[in-house]
Design a protein around this ligand. Structure first.
Ligand code: A2P
Length: 278
């Protein structure tokens, strides 16, 4: 058959698994978010992560090859685009370049979502806690726009600890926007966002609430301010996503309250995932 070879060669994409950037927002000199097109066939569960990146020169071979890192998907599973929330590390191999992306640029996105911060890994409960530091808010940005979160729980408590006040902006705006989200209000029922209690704290810049969430829980201050009892395996479920030290410390605290770690194949009371660091 000669017709095929006679046809003009299809335009080769500049990068493998290419998706096109549709929006970029910068929050501080350390944080930005961006949106890109979503592969038509890609399915995922809100809270999962994928490998994304750019082509980069390999110093040893002198050849360009994909430089990829794990990124939580910050958009919900029903969104036709994908959203990511990222740190900018000045000498980070990927983020030093990724922070300069513009609308129309291509990124690499391997369409194989995985992860443990999913509803399937938790047993039914009454109250769901999201514990985040820094860019660890990303998977919760997905889950907060997922109707199931509000269908499955009576109350959702989001704690977010950051160094500086400006680092809370992405999360605060997202939670604020839920109130006027027509689709979610229609699907879940008006006023669903009233189930949310938001508890932001900063550690290195003055803000309304200072301190690490772990310390605020230990002293009992956080529970008193939120008007809830400390976590209890009979009612409370939790998802943790932050830096390594935070994850370990909080994990130990939750175990102390009697909660057990769940997995996709063995749902229990809480799950943990590490936030991306370049
Ligand atoms: P701190 O400023 O006291 O270190 P980072 O940007 O380094 O990932 O940190 C994000 C936030 O997480 C910071 O506010 C930091 O507080 C806080 N943090 C770091 N380690 C822990 C921990 N073990 N427990 C609670 N919060 C932590």
């Amino acid at each position: 058959d000669t017709t095929a070879s006679a046809a003009p060669a299809a335009k080769k994409p500049a990068v493998p698994d290419a998706q096109t950037v549709t929006e970029v927002r910068h929050y501080t000199d350390r944080l930005f978010s961006f949106r890109c097109t979503r592969p038509a066939s890609m399915r995922f569960r809100s809270g999962e992560f994928v490998m994304i990146g750019l082509m980069a020169m390999n110093e040893k071979t002198g050849k360009e090859k994909p430089l990829l890192r794990a990124y939580s998907i910050a958009s919900p599973s029903w969104d036709e685009e994908l959203e990511f929330y990222s740190i900018k590390v000045p000498d980070g191999p990927l983020t030093s370049k990724l922070q300069h992306i513009k609308v129309g640029d291509e990124i690499i996105l391997r369409p194989k979502p995985v992860g443990t911060l999913v509803h399937d890994a938790l047993l039914p409960g009454k109250r769901l806690w999201f514990f985040a530091t820094g860019t660890g808010f990303a998977p919760f940005a997905s889950l907060l726009r997922e109707p199931q979160t509000f269908e499955d729980y009576d109350e959702i408590i989001i704690t977010h600890t950051c160094r500086e006040a400006g680092e809370l902006t992405y999360g605060r705006e997202l939670i604020e926007e839920l109130k006027t989200d027509e689709l979610l209000n229609e699907v879940i029922g008006e006023g669903f966002w009233k189930k949310i209690k938001y508890y932001p704290t900063t550690t290195r810049e003055e803000s309304a609430r200072m301190g690490r969430i772990t310390d605020l829980m230990r002293s009992g201050e956080a529970f008193a301010e939120l008007g809830v009892e400390p976590l209890n395996p009979a009612t409370d479920r939790a998802m943790i996503c932050g830096n390594l030290a935070f994850n370990l410390e909080l994990k130990e605290m939750l175990e102390g309250y009697g909660l057990e770690e769940g997995a996709n194949s063995d749902p229990k009371h809480y799950v943990v995932e590490k936030a991306f660091l370049d």
